[in-house]
Design a protein. Structure first.
Length: 579
């Protein structure tokens, strides 16, 4: 037995309604027909009751049928098959109705029992097929917009949701914030425990974020170890900071992967719509810049995007790009700062300090570019150039001002990256050999902060260089970590006392006492003592009285170019030999 069709006829013409009803009653398919004379009444009935199909007249007193059709397809009503009815043939109108979601377009003059019933039944079947296809497409879209591992939205889904939320916020004059999270040192989990363990950790991070997020917040895994929280309801910026702090606190709680306990932290960048931008692309970019700054500031932190942050990032980008060509363009220069014997005020040697003569930014100290050079690996080539150029210059000065200044020494700083390079001993010996400079004329400086992660390879490399006669100096002594261990492990013969201790001399406080204790300690180990940051006559006299060997600082000179150093310190102490 054929099931009865529940139909709604929306038509203001009573004669047409009667004619269509009589036609349907002659059909072999039983029909239960309800009526509405206006668009408003028809929409109300469609919202209150489920119909198999709606027969919709195009001309209605309060709205045309196309507007009603669009309302029916707008999502406010239960989905239903729709057959448009019209007394006038109009191909373009028929196409427009079909494009708007009608299943068929029928002329009233063509209505007969068999035709109308077939149209209604086929319209209902077509609608059911369309609904199944629409559901399948929705499933595919859902899969394409969600991350298979964590179940969170993926980048595609996030971008669609962000655009929709931006439109909503603009209409309501609301606010919205993006929190971009990047897990700190996640790579080490994959490297040491495998990618399965890394995946387990990502799933747990997603679970914790889901528990922390507020109602209405949207979560996304952009890819890899990057996640996003979109705060769709924001009254003030502090709410974003509070959420970021909660996230970091929750992530720091131990995570168990099998029998292994792991701890993970995240760097979070925050950007707020309206504060600095009103479009999606910039909002995500600015959150990324803020996250990058959180990484630079030591990780496990959150940072807000600001104009000053953008300027710093842009400056960093310029430095990074231009540094690639600084060596080949001969923009890097070595400046020299004298090291003076405290006993008689004579010149003992100098420290080589790198400067970059940037074509647009002027003379830059290493503070502006050294971190980038280490990050990109350029420091290896730059460090090799400093060694070769410094040794060449010292050899030239030794010969030119022999015999009185034939024993001048040169101190050169090594970076944290350089002391991990297996080729460092070869680079040092090559610089000495090419210049003809004896090994005892060169002093290599390392800082305690470089040696936090001491390895046997690092000790071996520096010991190999020291065995050739090159002196090793520990710079910034007293400001780093595990000082005694460093003195025991590494072949250090020179101790450089940090200028922070010197600035407190004369105050009689703990810094002054510690300064004196360091000197006594170094003497007990037969180490040469170099004091940095000497700026006044009183500091000079105090250091001399305490028996410091060499003094260095602005009292004598700031770092200056080779030509100026030669004119100021070398020519004054010796006459050039005949060449």
């Amino acid at each position: 037995m054929i099931a009865e069709l529940s139909l709604l006829l929306i038509d203001d013409d009573e004669l047409d309604r009667l004619a269509i009803t009589r036609t349907l009653r002659k059909s072999a398919v039983p029909c239960d027909v309800s009526y509405a004379e206006t668009a408003a009444a028809g929409l109300q009935m469609a919202s209150n009751r489920k119909f198999d199909a709606i027969l919709l007249d195009y001309r209605l007193p309060d709205q045309n049928g196309l507007e009603v059709l669009r309302a029916l397809r707008g999502g406010a009503y239960d989905s239903v098959a729709v057959v448009m009815l019209s007394r006038y043939e109009n191909e373009s109108l028929a196409e427009e109705c079909l494009e708007a979601g009608a299943q068929d377009f029928l002329l009233k003059d063509e209505v007969n029992s068999r035709h109308l019933t077939r149209v209604v039944v086929q319209a209902r079947q077509r609608f059911q097929i369309e609904e199944r296809l629409r559901y399948s497409l929705e499933q595919v879209r859902c899969l394409s917009e969600h991350d298979a591992l964590t179940g969170l939205m993926n980048r595609r889904g996030f971008e669609r949701s962000l655009e929709a939320q931006l439109a909503r916020v603009r209409r309501s004059d609301g606010r919205l914030a993006i929190l971009l999270l990047d897990l700190d040192d996640f790579k080490s989990i994959n490297d040491t425990m495998g990618h399965d363990a890394g995946d387990q950790l990502l799933v747990e991070v997603a679970r914790r974020l889901t528990l922390i997020a507020r109602d209405g917040d949207l979560l996304c895994r952009l890819g890899g170890d990057e996640f996003v929280v979109m705060m769709t309801s924001l009254d003030h910026d502090e709410q974003a900071i509070v959420l970021a702090d909660r996230i970091n606190a929750r992530l720091r709680e131990p995570i168990f992967i099998g029998s292994s306990e792991q701890t993970i932290t995240a760097s979070i960048g925050i950007a707020v719509l309206g504060n600095i931008t009103d479009n999606a692309a910039d909002l995500l970019k600015y959150a990324d810049l803020a996250m990058y700054q959180a990484k630079l500031d030591g990780r496990n932190k959150s940072r807000f995007y600001s104009v000053s942050l953008q300027e710093a990032v842009q400056f960093r980008s310029v430095i990074k790009n231009d540094l690639q060509r600084a060596l080949e363009k001969d923009e890097l220069k070595i400046y020299y700062q004298p090291q003076i014997r405290s006993a008689d005020g004579s010149l003992r040697g100098m420290e080589a300090l790198l400067r970059w003569h940037h074509p647009r930014l002027g003379v830059l100290s290493p503070a502006a570019f050294l971190a980038i050079a280490e990050e990109t690996g350029l420091i290896v080539d730059i460090g090799a150039w400093v060694l070769h150029e410094g040794c060449r210059q010292l050899k030239a000065w030794r010969e030119r001002y022999s015999p009185r200044l034939a024993d001048l020494t040169l101190a050169i700083n090594l970076s944290a990256v350089q002391i991990k390079q297996a080729q460092l001993p070869h680079t040092v010996m090559s610089a000495l050999a090419q210049s003809g400079l004896p090994a005892n004329a060169l002093e290599l400086e390392i800082t305690e902060s470089m040696l936090i992660e001491v390895t046997t390879d690092t000790v071996s490399l520096l010991s190999e260089i020291s065995a050739q006669g090159v002196a090793m100096s520990l710079d910034d002594f007293g400001t780093g970590y595990s000082s005694l261990d460093h003195l025991k492990l590494f072949p250090i013969s020179i101790l450089k006392i940090d200028k922070g201790f010197v600035s407190a001399l004369g105050e009689g406080g703990k810094s002054e006492k510690l300064f004196m204790a360091i000197i006594a300690f170094a003497k007990a180990l037969n180490m040469q003592i170099v004091v940095e940051g000497v700026e006044t006559q009183a500091q000079l006299e105090f250091c001399t009285l305490q028996g410091c060997d060499l003094l260095q600082g602005y009292f004598y000179s700031k770092p200056i170019p080779a030509e100026e150093f030669e004119a100021t310190f070398l020519m004054a102490q010796a006459q050039p030999s005949q060449v």
